[in-house]
Write a protein that binds this ligand. Structure first.
Ligand code: PLP
Length: 390
């Protein structure tokens, strides 16, 4: 199959479904395995010489995990391979650990996912790796921050909670020319909306927990690597003992098949709700790069093939009681972490910054639009914001 010529939505259906893995059914079976048996001494010795040739030991996966990993690689044109992890944070940790050594300098966007920041400050720092946080809107000016010992530029775009859009292609090109590795947290967009490896990134990280699993019932992560970065990354991930459960991999594979239709619906609803909320008197500001007035709009339009489910609103100043009246009475928006599931979520958030300033007068809410009817979500959130004012 010439997968390279198919549209992404078509690829999502076919990717990773090798006949030798599926044995005539549509999906690969769930292989629950630690031990894999070798029929003969010859087979055992051959497998030991080349453990990638087939089944070897559960930690290296079975056709269930291979199918998901291959499908994710196919979704990133230009990528050499994908390694699976038990969570998105585990994937981020492996990407950072595989790419750095004592004495290195890491440039990290100031709007990264909070646990990523914590990892840099605790784990990397303990190994003598310095992390410098940079303004996510820096674009090509990041060149001035690159030192002789800069090893990694870590990006997240749009950024967690505040959705700044970075000029990923420009930064990736500039980094590559200087021998600096780029790691992108691509969870918000997935490769469907932003094929990161094609845009020049070396390691594309996803929390599969979000859109790929898509049903809030499993946690997983992945790192997809460009050809130059793949061998080192994969060896490190294996040495770290990172592996993903077969049952969870099957759930992620199931989610992946419907990603295109879900993302289209998520994006449409998010945009509709964002537009309505920008006119509500309780709202000071809507942060959503799909809206023409947003500072990230031009880059988002240039680089992304659609919108995801997430945006944020900053409310006019109000007290905690008003905020509680707003969120506690919502019927369709549950309050909780994560996003990408079929159900809508709302979360009061307080972005943490060290290199730049982030200040709002009123509280801030992150909103994930699920697959409910858009008009029901709009009515529910409008009513919540009316309660905030009353
Ligand atoms: C949720 C999330 C992660 C972490 O993923 P888990 O699967 O929850 O460990 C990483 N990056 C971003 C942007 C996320 O939203």
């Amino acid at each position: 199959m010439s997968a390279g010529e198919d549209a992404p939505a078509t690829k999502l259906v076919h990717a990773g479904r090798r006949p030798e893995w599926t044995h005539g059914v549509v999906n690969p079976p769930v292989y629950r395995a630690s031990t894999c048996l070798f029929e003969t001494l010859d087979a055992y010795e051959a497998a030991s010489r080349n453990p990638d040739a087939g089944l070897y030991y559960g930690r290296r996966g079975t056709p269930t995990q291979w199918s998901l990993a291959e499908a994710l690689t196919e979704m990133e044109p230009g990528a050499a391979g994908t390694h699976l992890f038990p969570s998105g944070v585990a994937a981020i940790a492996a990407a950072l650990i595989a790419s750095t050594s004592t004495g290195d300098h890491v440039l990290m966007a100031d709007n990264v996912y909070e646990p990523t920041r914590a990892m840099a400050k605790a784990i990397l720092a303990r190994s003598g790796i310095e992390t410098e946080f940079y303004n996510p809107l820096i674009c090509a000016d990041i060149a001035a921050l690159i030192r002789p010992n800069t090893r990694v530029i870590y990006l997240e775009s749009p950024g967690s909670l505040t959705f700044e859009v970075q000029d990923v292609p420009a930064i990736a090109a500039l980094a590559r020319a200087r021998g600096v590795l780029t790691i992108l947290d691509n969870t918000w967009a997935t490769p469907l909306l932003f094929p990161a490896i094609r845009r020049g990134v070396d390691l594309s990280v996803q929390s599969l927990t979000k859109y790929v699993v898509g049903h809030s019932d499993a946690m997983m992560g992945s790192v997809t690597a460009a050809p130059d970065a793949w061998p080192t990354f994969r060896n490190t991930a294996l040495r770290l003992g990172q592996t993903a459960a077969p049952d969870d991999s099957a759930l992620a594979l199931r989610g992946l098949r419907t990603l295109a239709v879900r993302m289209e619906r998520h994006g449409k609803t998010a945009l509709a709700l964002a537009e309505v909320l920008s006119n509500h008197p309780a709202v000071d500001r809507v942060i959503c790069p799909a809206l023409p007035g947003d500072p990230g709009h031009a880059l988002w339009k240039r680089d992304f093939s659609g919108y995801a489910s997430l945006f944020a609103i900053v409310l006019k100043p109000g007290d905690r009681k008003a905020l509680a009246a707003c969120v506690d009475g919502l019927r369709h928006f549950g309050m909780g972490f994560s996003f990408g599931g079929y159900e809508s979520l709302v979360l009061p958030v307080q972005p943490l910054r060290t290199a730049t300033r982030w200040q709002t007068d009123g509280p801030m809410l992150r909103i994930h639009c699920g697959l409910e009817d858009a008009q029901d979500l709009i009515a529910d959130m409008n009513a919540g914001l009316d309660r905030y004012l009353s």
